[in-house]
Write a protein that binds this ligand. Structure first.
Ligand code: SAM
Length: 213
């Protein structure tokens, strides 16, 4: 683990009741989600609900995802620790911290500057040195840093943005909620082998929209 976190009883309960009980089995992922102080990523009145089994508002009409959804998306990425990851939708920075613990480096893009500023400050204060931040439309990817071994989009798209497909490395995995409705999407997993792509549709979910600018 990169950062030495102390024991977190709320985090331990969260992983026991929300992750392990629902079949999340990646031990490194479970360990890191039990330790990361999720409450630091949520400010104001909602902080007392940080470990609840649901998404929460983080301001700017955006949300921090439900812990189980963070775990499912991360597990689908099959991280071994050597990967360069693109995250689209930094939001609170919580998912970014999870990725930074389990991959080699994380390139994270957020379109709302206020959210990016806050999460960058927190993640830097926590001591992460393997995260690169950018403000802007992440649906276009991050061309200068591509290709990426893994891409995680934490906002809902009506279809997979072609730029993200192009910037996925050979043998790469992209995880993105896709759906035509604002109330329902499906977690979609795209795998690349050379110029051949396979798509697998998974869990139903509900995310804020991925905004194309
Ligand atoms: N992973 C985040 C967390 O742990 O807090 C949750 C992210 S929230 C569900 C989705 C985020 O995607 C929002 O912060 C939103 O502003 C951002 N977003 C939406 N469209 C975007 C785009 N085109 N580029 C970058 N960020 C985008």
């Amino acid at each position: 683990m990169l950062i030495q976190y102390g024991v977190n009883p709320d985090g331990e309960r969260m992983v026991d009741f929300q992750l392990k009980a629902r079949g999340i089995s990646d031990e490194k992922l479970i360990a890191i989600m039990s330790l990361i102080p999720r409450h630091l990523f949520i400010s104001g009145k909602k902080r007392s609900e940080s470990y609840g089994d649901y998404p929460l508002s983080i301001g700017c009409r955006q949300t921090i995802s439900q812990p189980y959804m963070v775990a499912v998306m991360t597990e689908r990425l099959r991280l071994a620790g050597r990967e360069k990851v693109l995250e689209v939708g930094t939001g609170s920075g919580y998912q970014t911290a999870v990725l930074a613990e389990l991959a080699k480096e994380v390139y994270t893009v957020e379109r709302i500057p206020q959210l990016l500023k806050r999460s960058k400050k927190l993640l830097t204060e926590l001591g992460y040195q393997n995260i690169y931040f950018r403000s802007g439309d992440g649906s276009r990817g991050w061309l200068e840093a591509a290709p990426f071994d893994r891409i995680l989009v934490t906002a809902a798209a009506s279809s997979i943005p072609p730029e993200l497909k192009d910037q996925l490395a050979d043998n790469g995995i992209l995880v993105i909620p896709v759906g035509g409705s604002s109330n329902y999407q499906q977690l979609t997993i795209l795998r690349r082998s050379g110029n051949h792509f396979t798509v697998e549709k998974g869990l139903g979910c509900r995310f804020v929209p991925l905004v194309r600018e």
